[in-house]
Ligand binder design. Structure first.
Ligand code: SF4
Ligand code: SF4
Ligand code: SF4
Length: 196
């Protein structure tokens, strides 16, 4: 679910006509360099269109906030909705998308999110303290503990398996896991459409 198409991003939503534009050259260079470091930015609800379009479409009505059964959507900076995985995980129920009257959550893709799970150096295992909390919470089995000779096993995320549900975030006792927008991407809404 966290696949990335490097050449184009979706900048329109259903009913508004779908347009694509090339990612910025800097972002492209980052991708070609294999720069997968994540940047810290607000994660919009799933199926959000590209960020610049999202802030134009979204009327900040809070419909998505009110309809999320997991209560993980909250008003963020400027009143625009953002996801808080510290409150819970996304079940991809689609209720936020269905409730949105403004086509702000209309990414025409089966891939609701382009996020990258990141484990910070504050992870207990990285500090030689045994911990399996994230592994135990991941139903996708996308986190495995890699054994280390004469050391504590280290968590490793298998990105191909990760659905970006965020279930691993809240249980981490030191808040070491985060889901971020990849640094080279202009937003979480990266199209999976092949370039022309
Ligand atoms: S898909 Fe469902 S659980 Fe996920 S943010 Fe939207 S309403 Fe909440
Ligand atoms: S739950 Fe947090 S501290 Fe524990 S292994 Fe996972 S990332 Fe590290
Ligand atoms: S976000 Fe975390 S819990 Fe969810 S699939 Fe990915 S690694 Fe597993």
């Amino acid at each position: 679910m966290c696949t990335i198409e490097p050449s184009y991003v979706t900048v329109g939503g259903q009913g508004f006509g779908i347009r694509k534009m090339a990612v910025t050259s800097g972002n492209r260079r980052g991708f070609l360099r294999g720069d997968f470091r994540a940047k810290k930015s607000s994660v919009r609800p799933p199926w959000a269109v590209e960020e610049a379009v999202f802030v134009m479409y979204c009327s900040r009505c809070n419909a998505c906030v009110e309809h999320c059964p997991e209560h993980i959507i909250e008003p963020g900076s400027g009143g625009f909705p953002q996801i808080n995985f510290h409150k819970g995980e996304c079940s991809f129920c689609g209720k936020c998308r269905d409730a949105c009257p403004d086509k702000a959550l209309s990414l025409p893709s089966t891939t609701p999110w382009n996020l990258q799970p990141v484990i910070a150096d504050t992870c207990l295992a990285k500090r030689q303290v045994t911990c399996f909390s994230c592994v135990e919470q991941c139903e996708q089995e996308a986190i495995r503990m890699s054994p280390v000779l004469r050391g504590v096993a280290q968590p490793e995320i298998i990105t191909d398996k990760c659905s970006c549900c965020g279930a691993c975030v809240a249980p981490c006792p030191v808040s070491a896991i985060d889901l971020r927008i990849p640094k080279f991407a202009s937003s979480q809404a990266v199209s999976v459409t092949a370039s022309a």
